[in-house]
Ligand binder design. Sequence first.
Ligand SMILES: Nc1nc2c(c(=O)[nH]1)N[C@@H](CNc1ccc(C(=O)N[C@@H](CCC(=O)N[C@@H](CCC(=O)N[C@@H](CCC(=O)O)C(=O)O)C(=O)O)C(=O)O)cc1)CN2
Ligand code: MET
Ligand SMILES: [Zn+2]
Length: 748
Amino acid sequence: MVIQTATLGYPRIGKNREVKKALEGFWSGKLDSESLLQTVRQVEESNWQTQLQAGIDRIGIGDTTLYDSVLDWSVYLGLIPERFQHLSGLEQYFAMARGKEGIPALEMTKWFDTNYHYLVPEISAQLLSADFSDVLETVHRAQQILGQRAVPIILGPVTLLRLSRLEVPISELVSPLCDRYLNLLLALKPLGVEEVQIHEPALVLGDATNFKEYYESIYASLAKVGLPLHLVTYFDDLGENYPWVVQLPVSSISLDFTRGRNLELIKHYGFPADKRLGVGIVDARNIWQIRPDRLLPILEEIQPITSNLSIQPSASLQFVPYDATRETKLPEPLRNVLSFAEQKLQEVVFLARTAAGEDLKQERESIQASWQVFEQFSPANQVVQDRLKNLKMDDFQRSLSYSLRLSEQIPLPPLPTTTIGSFPQTSEVRQLRVKYKRGELTLAQYHQSIDTQIAQCIKIQEEIGLDVLVHGEFERTDMVEYFGQQLSGFAFTEHGWVQSYGSRCVRPPIIYGDVVRTEPMTVREFKVAQSLTEKPVKGMLTGPVTMINWSYPRTDIARQEQAFQIALALRDEVADLEAAGAKIIQIDEPALREGLPLKTERWNEYLSWAVDSFKLSAGIAKPETQIHTHMCYSEFGDIITDIERLDADVLSIENSRSNNETLYELTDGGYSKQVGNGVYDVHSPAIPNTEQILSQLRTGIANLPVKQIWVNPDCGLKTRRWEEVVPSLKSMVQATKILREETNASGK
Ligand SMILES: Nc1nc2c(c(=O)[nH]1)N[C@@H](CNc1ccc(C(=O)N[C@@H](CCC(=O)N[C@@H](CCC(=O)N[C@@H](CCC(=O)O)C(=O)O)C(=O)O)C(=O)O)cc1)CN2
Ligand code: MET
Ligand SMILES: [Zn+2]
């Protein structure tokens, strides 16, 4: 017996972030478009070679992108909003991705519960014609290297509609969109493609039932082409939709066996004999090596139900870095139990061969042995265990309620202006880190240079006239990695880059043991900043839920326990910042919303510990300390009571790129505390003028009492250049002044 293997997508930024560098070179005018495209193709072809050499039978292709693969489908399908239609080619593509002077970009939001961001398609009644020439060209190139193994990845039509911003009722779009997909399949068929993967992750969402008729009618049409369709789902189970989904007219269905209850579902309902089951069993969302003793029994349960199987990663491997063997600075016991994309390919092949009856005893024993070594390497920490055991209700509460503590907190002008924390991470700042790492700077010299940055940043903020200042986060590579580097129980990688959006990447830290704070993490920089100004400086922390959601968590203990451990470390930091004189402390939780389970029935469980862990970190703050939190890319509609329960005095939100939707959700929900509804988009290089900001602010005061409103950008400014930041913030302060006078005059 032979069991086949497949992949559903691969990292695409390049092993050394070649695509990221080429993109940024192109945007800054240092690289021409031909060189950019050449770099992208080289990375793509090297990815194909890797998967081919690993022995994968059906290799997903076509997911490589210049910015975002959802955006690519908007372009292929002719879903180009009017404001971009006068542009063409790369200029149009990047305008849709990043905006252009006077033309706002498409909205960017989280891809399901991941830290990857996609660009939200906007679909109006006037669709342009589709153009699949790039898809066909990629297939042609892939076939040169992979032959019949090349399987085009297509973003599914219903998932596309489900994730889009629709200007017309969905029912009117189904037929024109279906026609476009039909044309694509008709164009692919003569190329000799054996099958196509159609990714429909929206099938795992709680509301998939509402779209049943669209799935059924669209797939009935697509099936007529006679090209085998492989329907791919991931990130959770099919839930109540399982029975009808497995009857859709496709030749193969992939399910995620690392999350949710798909195993129970196939055991209960069986699996159609005429279809192949794609068994997504190697976890594409985490970096731990497989445990054959846990996975092989799952395969043994599946095999009697269907023998027509394919073994594969649970989703695209874009969520993990390329290669764990490069992490030579990590302790060996840890490195030997890590598995990035390349290792996962081997695991897929190992599991397929084992399931097919081969006895790969040596491989299996070596995996088991590495886990045994690891378990000795990372023992539990008794101090943190005891602290967790002894937590009391009071530890989660501020000592006074919001209305009582409000008057004790620092007095500020109406509509206080502030920023979200980070200021430009210039190449100068990054070079400092490179030099320190190479030993060309001592720690003292490095600190001194960081302090110079802080001093400049404070001066600039004072000149602009902001009310609440920040130190600028120059000492941080990233808001999560930085804290990971300071906490024991966390490991961080050298090359473990993963795409977050466009050219931007992160190196998610790895939680491998109990988390302990060994010394203050942010107090030095806070003190430096506060010593330079009379204005209040915010202490700046990354919250426990974000730490866990943007790291690779352990799988041996619950996420709640890991979040509480981190919360305790942050709690100590809050106390230290207060002792150092901080009147305002911001605990960022941008990932709180994204971590929400895809199925509503699991929301309560998550929200309960997520909110509690935030409260555990903030609960120690004195009444007079103002606690801020910040969230971006969030929809609050359904979770207002949970946001309220965080009990943060001030909440700053991303707002302008989503057309004030977040603000409306908060006001409709009757949010009672202070809100900084972001007044301009920080992910676009466009500089907002005073008028634009004023109009955002007016929307704010039309919806919330003035005394509840703060004025700030959507998010941190680290990805921007100083030349963009300074005029933007000046507009912001200017707009605030105008509004203060207006509201003063009207007595609002
Ligand atoms: N973890 C996380 N997730 C998040 C966010 C976030 O801030 N953190 N924000 C939201 C949006 N996502 C973002 C993700 C990444 C970046 C970002 O700016 N990433 C930087 C990397 C940050 C970093 O680690 N920088 C290193 C530099 C690493 C580097 O490139 N070094 C150069 C050398 C230095 C140089 O000359 O530039 C090299 O290795 O070649 C540092 O500061 O030290 C990038 O891709 O450019 C921004 C937003 C949502 N998710
Ligand atoms: C992604 S949220 C970012 C918050 C952080 N304090 C910053 O300003 O960069
Ligand atoms: Zn943010």
